[in-house]
Structure formats: structure tokens, C-alpha cells
Write a protein that binds this ligand. Structure first.
Ligand SMILES: [Zn+2]
Length: 304
């Protein structure tokens, strides 16, 4: 039955916000969800989800770090740029472009970290694999905004995890190896603080960093020259984004700091996945296995 008036257009509910959408739409006009990726997200599929998570943990998760360090090495090597390439690029400009690209990798990693958190948070209702691939940047922004706005939040409630004491006693009785127990203990201690840290970085400057990142990804509308008033500091480039301008400092120490941040966030994501994989080994990652826990990630944000 059509959800709104027309007889000719077949309408249905958006898989995400449930409001009426038409069959021909690529995106939901209410919430922006992609409509044609799949009819509806598959529900949790433990075996595939764990295999997928293990794969991300061992391989794909490190792509931002790997790219950033190779960019960083190229920044250092830029002065020895082969003469053949200098037709287009002077070493100092080549370096500035690479530093901007390192910033892009950093922002992409902050976004991927949010996608990872959301996939884990929703794992009982939607497949981790599906969420990780289909989560939109706007969902990540909302997630980080809610993390920042919610004062009394615990890691268990945020990600719908069983309490640490319950997990550790189960780990003990099942004879889980020491390495996995350490992953759980350390992960539980640090992850909420880490998520808050990442949220702060992503939302810094009222979203200007995200807008700059989007501009770097697409048009790269970056200027370095002196025609602006007042003229640009030589250590900076400016990124045009709609009617505002973001300044990116491109000094050596800035590149060092970005690389440091990328390394920390890569580690945080790895630790979060290690906790999940260790929990699954004792059958405590997915609901049902810890039914008595008072965990409700969906509602946890309401308890300010
Ligand atoms: Zn929608």
C-alpha cells in the first residue's frame, strides 16, 4: 500500500528513517540514506561479521596510516625530486600538496573510526559488514555530536557491551588466553576516552575541518599565493570551502603532529577491534549471550 497519495509511483519506507520514499529515488530526502545500495540492511550475521572484522583488523584498517607515512617520506624526499617531474612541481609546492594530503588521510581516518564505532554499536540489528560499508559521514557527525553532548556515558552502554567484571569472569572460566584478557582489560579502560578524543578532533572548529577535508577530496581549491589580503603566511595554505576559508599550517611540525595523530587513532581502532574479537571468542559480543546485562546502546544517549 502506498505510504502517500500517488497511485502511479510505488512508495515504501526508507530503511533508515522509515519515512515514505519513492522506488526511483537514489537517496532518502528525509535523512540522506542511500536507497539503492540494497533493499534493506541484512541483520546481524555473526560468522561473516567476525570474518569481516578480523579482515579489517588485519589489513584494511591500516590503509590511512600506510598512505600517510609514505606521503610523509615523500615530503622529506621532495627536494630530491627527479628533474623530469619538476616541469609541474617545484619541491616546496610538491611538499605543501603532500602535507594537505596527509591532513586528508587524518580526516578520513577520524571518519572511518566513527563508522567502525557505529557498526559495532548496531551489530545486533544490522550486519557489521553492511554498516561499515554503508554508514554515511552525516551519521558519523551525529554519533560524535551525541558522544560529546552526553555526560554520563560508559563504554559498555555506548557500544552495547557486557560489563567488564562479567566478561573477565567468563574469560577466566573458559580459559581465554592472557593476550585476549589484556586486550579486553586495556580496551575497556581506554576506549570511551579515545572515542571522546576522536569526536573532539573531528568536530573541532565547528565542522570546518570536515568541510576542508571534503574540499581537498574533490576540487582541491587550495591557494598559497599573496593575492589575498592580508597576504598568506608562508607556512600556510588556504582552503576555500563555500563562503569560508580554512587555513592549514604546512610546517614540518604540523606534518609530524598529523602523523602522530594518525598513528594514535590507528592504534585505537585496532584496540577496539581486538576487544570485539576477544569478546566473540567467549561468545559475548552478540546479544543473547549476555541477556541479563542492562545494555541499551540505542537509549544510552537519552540519559544525560
Ligand atoms: Zn530516510
Amino acid at each position: 500500500m502506498p505510504l502517500n497519495g500517488t497511485d502511479t509511483e510505488v512508495t515504501k519506507g526508507c530503511w533508515k528513517c522509515a519515512k515514505a520514499v519513492e522506488a526511483s529515488w537514489a537517496f532518502c530526502c528525509h535523512c540522506g540514506a542511500k536507497l539503492q545500495t540494497q533493499e534493506s540492511p541484512p541483520t546481524s550475521e555473526r560468522k561473516t561479521d567476525i570474518a569481516f572484522l578480523y579482515d579489517v583488523y588485519s589489513y584494511a584498517w591500516y590503509n590511512r596510516y600506510d598512505t600517510a607515512i609514505s606521503l610523509y617520506d615523500s615530503v622529506i624526499e621532495a627536494t630530491r625530486l627527479n628533474a623530469r617531474y619538476r616541469i609541474f612541481s617545484e619541491p616546496s609546492r610538491f611538499q605543501r600538496i603532500l602535507v594537505a594530503k596527509i591532513f586528508s588521510e587524518y580526516m578520513a581516518l577520524l571518519e572511518a573510526f566513527g563508522m567502525l564505532c557505529l557498526s559495532i554499536q548496531n551489530r545486533d540489528s544490522v550486519s557489521i559488514r553492511w554498516s561499515y560499508i554503508n554508514t554515511q559521514p552525516s551519521d558519523v557527525t551525529q554519533f560524535y555530536q551525541r558522544v560529546k553532548a552526553t555526560k554520563h556515558l560508559t563504554f559498555e552502554r555506548l557500544l552495547n557491551f557486557p560489563r567488564m567484571e562479567v566478561v573477565l569472569s567468563a574469560a577466566e572460566s573458559i580459559g581465554l588466553c592472557e593476550e585476549d584478557k589484556i586486550s579486553i582489560r586495556e580496551g575497556y579502560k581506554k576506549i570511551l576516552e579515545n572515542i571522546r578524543l576522536v569526536a573532539d578532533q573531528y568536530l573541532n572548529k565547528r565542522g570546518l575541518l570536515v568541510r576542508n577535508y571534503n574540499k581537498l577530496k574533490h576540487g582541491f581549491p587550495v591557494i598559497e599565493v599573496q593575492w589575498v589580503v592580508p597576504p598568506l603566511d608562508l607556512d600556510k595554505i588556504a582552503i576555500y570551502s563555500f563562503d569560508e576559508v580554512g587555513y592549514l599550517s604546512v610546517k614540518q611540525e604540523d606534518a609530524n603532529r598529523q602523523i602522530g595523530n594518525i598513528e594514535s587513532i590507528t592504534l585505537m581502532g585496532g584496540e577496539l577491534m581486538a576487544v570485539c574479537l576477544a569478546l566473540d571468542k567467549i561468545n559475548m559480543l552478540f546479544a543473547g549471550s549476555f541477556a541479563n546485562q542492562e545494555t541499551a546502546a540505542i537509549d544510552c544517549f537519552n540519559e544525560q
